[in-house]
Design a protein around this ligand. Structure first.
Ligand SMILES: NC(=O)c1ccc[n+]([C@@H]2O[C@H](COP(=O)([O-])OP(=O)(O)OC[C@H]3O[C@@H](n4cnc5c(N)ncnc54)[C@H](O)[C@@H]3O)[C@@H](O)[C@H]2O)c1
Length: 250
């Protein structure tokens, strides 16, 4: 019970890495707000948690909307009384290479991956600063430090989120708020379903991963749990790459 009675918000928790984290957090005693713009996915995950005896609510919010994010935080406060943990996991990707890449492509990815995380942080900070306690975990990517072909917008959004993690860790340390990032490697989820539908592509990636295989959401979630727990109370501003060793070879 490493998160006993802690209240956690996990965005993008209706699928993939967020869903695996929500299920693991609940197993460890947290009350989990399963947030996603896909309400059906969020409801299925919350239902699975409750069926196993855990506590969860499913909430629909698009992190591209400040109003929806603020309302989401209000509902969590009303339902669970406080907010201890925020996992900024909702994210998107578009493969658009230069010179085709347009301003609108970049704006869309930045608005979700970077500004969406910023909006969620702003919504939970009044509670966290007042109680002088908080854990914020931003889900970045190996792509925050490795350039991918046709991934300029994604690279920029995740690189910016990595630096926001470091800057927020500095600013919020005096409030006893830890801010860290988890950078997943190549992981089989809804986001990468099309990419990994091609066996040649899978082989190409596996050759670049020292552990020789793609990751699963269940490989990533334990690192998020560690950074959400008090076991990591002297760690802030860091990124843990959970990538089978991919970044280490660059
Ligand atoms: N899968 C990978 O290989 C990989 C690698 C590195 C980083 N990541 C990051 O991990 C995070 C989770 O992705 P995943 O791979 O589990 O993908 P996923 O598609 O399985 O899950 C992402 C979830 O986020 C939700 N979402 C997307 N945009 C949203 C928005 N604007 N508001 C609210 N919810 C929104 C989707 O509905 C979906 O349920 C993302 O930030 C992604 O960039 C994934």
């Amino acid at each position: 019970m490493r998160l006993k009675d802690k209240v956690a918000i996990i965005t993008g928790a209706g699928s993939g890495i967020g869903a695996a984290s929500a299920i693991l957090f609940a197993q460890e005693g947290a009350k989990v707000a399963v947030v996603d713009m896909n309400l059906k996915g969020a409801e299925e995950v919350a239902q699975e948690i409750k069926a196993k005896g855990g506590k969860a609510i499913a909430l629909k919010a698009n992190i591209a909307s400040t109003d929806e994010v603020d309302k989401m935080a209000e509902i969590v406060l009303k339902e669970f009384g406080t907010i201890d943990i925020l996992v900024n996991n909702a994210g998107t990707n578009e493969f658009v290479p230069f010179p085709v890449l347009q301003e609108a492509d970049v704006a869309k990815v930045m608005d979700i991956n970077f500004m969406g995380s910023f909006r969620c942080v702003k919504a939970v900070l009044p509670t966290m600063t007042e109680k002088m306690y908080g854990k914020i975990i931003n889900i970045t990517s190996v792509m925050s430090v490795i350039a991918g072909k046709g991934q300029n917008a994604y690279n920029a959004s995740k690189g910016a989120l990595k630096m926001l993690t470091q800057g927020m860790a500095y600013d919020l340390a005096s409030y006893n708020i830890n801010v860290n990032a988890v950078g997943p490697g190549m992981t089989r989820t809804g986001l990468t379903k099309n990419l990994f539908a091609n066996p040649d592509r899978v082989k190409w990636f596996e050759e670049k991963i020292p552990l020789g295989r793609l990751g699963t959401p269940e490989d990533i979630a334990p690192a998020i749990l560690f950074l959400a727990s008090d076991e990591s109370s002297y760690i802030t501003g860091q990124t843990i790459f959970v990538d089978g060793g991919m970044v280490a070879t660059r």
